[in-house]
Ligand binder design. Structure first.
Ligand SMILES: [Fe+2]
Length: 166
């Protein structure tokens, strides 16, 4: 049982690495287009730095399991494409769609880390759990940040539109 759980955990860590790489790309794409939303832009930049650290943590986890993290080749996760692709196709000012996608993305990440933590227990690989816990806490904080601002961003978006139309 524990051998199977370890191999599933390893695969899961690799998938999480691909997920964070996609998150990084997604946020980099957004970061330059948020001039009208300075607070959101700052938060995206902050989370970009966290995501870089999360990628390093996943590499540390893989190394701890005897995997060669330097040989990682991230394969795109099609599930995430459906979350990230829609906003890319929309106009630059579609801030609300970006917000929905970010919110969805954070919850995908939360689910992935929770599952990895369960696998850590099942595989009796508890030493790497604190690294994953740290990333999970950051994802939860980011999701909460978006949850608290959906209404505010909606109001801001409408007022920007009214301003532009005036
Ligand atoms: Fe995240």
């Amino acid at each position: 049982m524990s051998e199977t759980a370890t191999s599933i955990l390893t695969k899961g860590l690799r998938s999480a690495h691909a997920m964070e790489s996609q998150a990084l790309e997604f946020m980099q794409h957004q970061a330059g287009r948020l001039e009208d939303y300075p607070e959101l832009q700052e938060q995206v930049h902050r989370h970009l730095a966290q995501t870089e650290r999360q990628l390093e943590r996943l590499e540390e986890c893989l190394d701890a399991l005897g995997e060669d993290s330097s040989a990682i080749r991230d394969t795109l996760l099609s599930d995430l494409d459906s979350i990230g692709a829609a906003p890319k196709a929309l106009a630059d000012d579609e801030i609300l769609n970006h917000t929905f996608a970010n919110y969805a993305f954070e919850h995908y990440e939360i689910a992935a880390y929770k599952s990895l933590l369960t696998l850590c227990e099942m595989a009796i690989q508890r030493s790497i759990a604190p690294l994953l816990q740290e990333s999970l806490a950051e994802e939860e904080a980011m999701a909460q940040w978006f949850r608290e601002r959906i209404s505010l961003l909606t109001r801001h978006y409408i007022s920007q539109g009214e301003h532009a139309a005036a």
